[in-house]
Design a protein around this ligand. Structure first.
Ligand code: FES
Length: 144
């Protein structure tokens, strides 16, 4: 067994503690910088419903039902609402929200918040889902 001096042990332990502390602070910082708030809900009869009140002060939400295969990005535009599946159109990997859109960690495709491809290899825009606005909610139709 290789011996290690007390000085080297303390030095290595301090370095590891600093890395762990820095990593934890970095994760906290990342959570605080999440570009879009998440609205969690449950699908009922193939429809996700999001209260209009969610858009009183914000223009977008990531809509999440943990039973679905991907999140949905819902945003308010000048003409209504658009709902986009957050799944890469290249090879179906899940996308990560960035400050300006979405990124795929598989092969590097990126998409704008309107679903258009901003960097390949993907060539098709994100799948858009039908939305209907009622008096109190935005309904997202998963199967149409
Ligand atoms: S699966 Fe997203 S870029 Fe290939």
């Amino acid at each position: 067994m290789k011996s290690i001096s007390r000085k080297a042990f303390l030095s290595n332990t301090c370095k590891a503690a600093c890395i762990l502390a820095g990593g934890s602070a970095f994760l906290t910082l990342l959570e605080g910088c999440a570009p879009f708030k998440v609205y969690s809900t449950k699908t009922q009869d193939g429809i996700l419903s999001v209260p209009l009140a969610e858009f009183a002060t914000e223009k977008s939400r990531i809509v999440r039902d943990n039973n679905l295969d991907s999140d949905i990005f819902l945003s308010k535009t000048e003409t209504g609402y658009i709902a986009l599946k957050m799944k890469c159109t290249h090879q179906d990997w899940l996308l990560t929200a960035t400050g300006s859109g979405f990124a795929c960690s598989s092969h590097g495709s990126t998409f704008a918040t309107d679903g258009k491809v901003t960097n390949g290899p993907a060539t098709e825009p994100l799948k858009q889902l039908k939305t209907i606005v009622t008096n109190t909610t935005i309904q997202i139709y998963l199967n149409q």
